[in-house]
Design a binder for this molecule. Structure first.
Ligand SMILES: Nc1ncnc2c1ncn2[C@@H]1O[C@H](COP(=O)(O)OP(=O)(O)OP(=O)(O)O)[C@@H](O)[C@H]1O
Ligand SMILES: [Mg+2]
Length: 459
């Protein structure tokens, strides 16, 4: 049997990558799809934003699967920012899988295999199941201890009594110690709303009862109302999983069917265990679920940043994968002009082979004018909690025009550090920027230095 479970895969490394874009909240479009010049942290680049808005609409209408888009433009023109805004517009229910072209190269996994995995991470499946559950607010949680049956001094838990309360009634359940373990892992406490699946004993914490909403909350806690109806009932459970989750869950079926045991297995991923045969099997079952109306396919987005890092083999694979019946929308980004395709001697626009180029929708991103650069730096400074006065801001913008937007933005942090050292806390002034200019150079300057001192460097 194919097990279905929700697996949250870690995103640690990705968070670091998106940190530079935290000021961007969405594409900043009006309801009619036109872009405001400055909205939601986005500045200018209006045509590309509108194009992305259209793509979001197409994705939501499920008219984009198997299609691919290329964001093409010079460095620092907002390609990565656009893709992240698209993911925000799509919401949490549509899978969005961002990778960088170079990520597919590793010693452990074949590159086409790595691509395939990412494809499947970008395809969602919404499964609706009616399950028999016990749902309510936890009123009691009492483990009953006994002498350890294996002897020794320790005690072991023989049973757990859980009290659950819903709108219409209360119930005391006596459950297996294994359920207690999952309760502890989900950090269930009295006052939480949970449900326990009757067949599997899987526990899901829904949130904190809103009766406790006046408590001070340290972190984002979700408050939910007391469940309606009886404690023991049939409930429609909607789960969003990706095909990759299914692959993982079924590659290691040992040990429980609940979310928790899947998660614990994930901590030691061994990618090699998922075979094509297993995937084909899963596809078959998924197709059956879809035909039965139990599940619905949610094609998401695979975003491949710096796509020119892929080689010809990957591109060929990509072409083929886009043809297959279940495929996500693929968004590519490249800052190359005419460049050599990796693994060949052929030169082609954006470092992408012509046959793939032919099937792409290409969205160009254009260089910014000085006003836009200034606005972007202003927004970024505000996001980082910095107070930059007007003359300094102007100078930053000029610097951005002379070098690149990216370089100017990068100077914000060291400039703020210098300001702090000089006891001005977060007040960045002209002298800090000037000092930074002496300390750091951009790539062009660095290239000039290298060229004028050729003799001193190693070949
Ligand atoms: N139109 C914009 N509005 C607000 N911020 C922007 C805009 N364009 C770019 N930025 C910000 O400028 C920085 C550089 O942009 P980004 O990383 O998106 O460029 P890119 O086109 O992906 O460049 P590269 O080709 O080097 O990857 C980021 O911090 C990004 O959030
Ligand atoms: Mg980028």
């Amino acid at each position: 049997m194919v097990t279905i479970s929700e697996v949250k895969t870690g995103t640690g490394a990705k968070d670091a990558r998106t940190a530079a874009h935290t000021h961007i909240k969405s594409l900043g479009l009006r309801p009619d799809g036109t872009a405001e010049h400055v909205a939601s942290g986005f500045v200018g680049q209006t045509a590309a934003r509108e194009a992305c808005g259209l793509i979001v609409d197409l994705i939501k209408a499920k008219k984009m699967s198997g299609r691919a888009v290329l964001l093409a433009g010079a460095p620092g023109t907002g390609k990565t920012a656009l893709a992240l805004a698209v993911s925000q517009e799509l919401g949490a229910k549509v899978p969005f899988r961002p990778i960088v072209g170079s990520e597919v190269y590793s010693a452990e996994v074949k590159k086409t295999e790595a691509l395939m995995e990412n494809f499947r991470r970008a395809i969602g499946l919404r499964v609706r199941e009616t399950k028999e559950v016990f749902e309510g607010e936890v009123t009691e949680l009492t483990p009953e201890e006994t002498e350890n049956p294996l002897g020794g001094y320790g005690k072991s838990i023989s049973q757990v009594v859980i009290g659950l309360r819903s709108y219409k009634g209360t119930k005391r359940l006596r459950v297996d110690p294994s359920v207690y373990e999952t309760l502890q892992k989900e950090r269930v406490a009295v006052g939480d709303i949970i449900y326990i699946e009757a067949n599997t004993g899987a526990v899901k914490r829904v949130g904190r009862s809103d009766q406790y909403a006046t408590e001070f909350d340290l972190e984002a806690e979700e408050y939910v109302p007391l469940p309606k109806g009886e404690v023991h009932k049939k409930k429609e459970i909607v789960q969003d999983v990706t095909l990759h989750d299914l692959d993982v869950a079924n590659a290691r079926p040992q040990g429980g069917q609940d979310v928790i045991s899947m998660m614990s297995q994930l901590t030691k991923p061994k990618k090699t265990e998922i075979t094509d045969k297993l995937r084909a099997e899963i596809n078959k079952v998924v197709q059956k679920y879809i035909d039965q109306g139990v599940a619905e396919l949610v094609p998401g987005v695979l975003f491949i940043d710096e796509v020119h890092m892929l080689d010809i083999e990957c591109f060929t694979y990509l072409n083929r994968a886009l043809e297959s019946a279940i495929s996500p929308i693929v968004i590519l980004a490249s800052n190359r002009g005419v460049a050599t395709i990796k693994g060949t001697e052929v030169r082609s626009a954006h470092g992408v082979p012509p046959d793939l180029l032919g099937r792409l929708l290409i969205v160009p991103t254009l260089p910014y004018g000085i006003e836009d650069v200034e606005t972007i730096i202003r927004i970024r400074a505000k996001t980082e909690g910095l107070d930059v006065d007007e003359p300094t801001l102007k100078k930053f913008a000029e610097k951005g025009m002379a070098t690149s937007l990216r370089h100017a933005l990068q100077l914000l942090t060291p400039a703020a550090m210098l300001a702090k050292v000089k006891g001005r806390d977060n007040k960045v002034r002209l002298e800090d920027l000037e000092e930074c200019e002496d300390l750091f150079v951009d790539f062009r300057k660095s290239r000039d230095i290298v060229e004028s001192n050729k003799a001193n460097y190693l070949e």
